[in-house]
Design a protein around this ligand. Structure first.
Ligand code: HEM
Length: 148
């Protein structure tokens, strides 16, 4: 039961995170005004909350779910997934910092700022499918690392 609940939560949170990312890509545009900058900063808070919850639920699954921690800790796709998630987290830092600055400055961002932040957002989107690929592979026992 716990495994089922965690699996459902995992998928719902992931859709939520991807939804936030998609919303940011829609909102961060050249014609963006100060109200848009405030909105994107508010939405970005959810990005952080969802990312933390995904980490908590994800590691709970890896440690307490049916297969157990030794299964995942010896799986290369599991670690590839964690590294990719970390990279996406790093890529999300410049947008978060920019959104906070735009909100505080009281001015709409200029064209080159918008273009630069959109590149970070697209890079996150580009890495996202890897998470799904690695997840499917690790769940099916591919990528087992042998001893030594
Ligand atoms: C946005 C980030 C993530 C995405 C898109 C994602 C995606 C997925 C998907 C699609 C599955 C189902 C795989 C399948 O049954 O075919 C899954 C399972 C799982 N994920 Fe994630 N995941 C993410 C983050 C994490 C994190 C941070 C952890 C931390 C350890 C984690 C741990 C797990 C575990 C333990 C399973 C169960 C695999 C199994 O059934 O053996 N995930 N994930």
């Amino acid at each position: 039961m716990l495994d089922l609940a965690a699996a459902i939560a995992h998928h719902l949170l992931i859709f939520g995170l991807f939804g936030v990312l998609a919303a940011e890509l829609v909102l961060v545009k050249q014609s963006m005004d100060q109200a848009g900058a405030r909105r994107v900063a508010a939405i970005d808070l959810w990005y952080g909350v969802l990312a933390v919850l995904i980490l908590v639920v994800g590691f709970s699954r890896a440690i307490y779910a049916a297969k157990g921690w030794p299964y995942y800790s010896h799986n290369a796709f599991f670690w590839a997934k964690i590294v990719t998630f970390g990279l996406i987290g790093l890529l999300s830092a410049p947008p978060t910092i920019a959104f906070a600055r735009w909100r505080k400055s009281g001015q709409a961002p200029n064209q080159s700022q918008v273009a630069s932040i959109r590149r970070f957002l697209w890079a996150e989107v580009a890495l996202f499918p890897l998470l799904l690929i690695f997840a499917a592979a690790m769940a099916r026992g591919y990528g087992v690392m042998g001893p030594g």
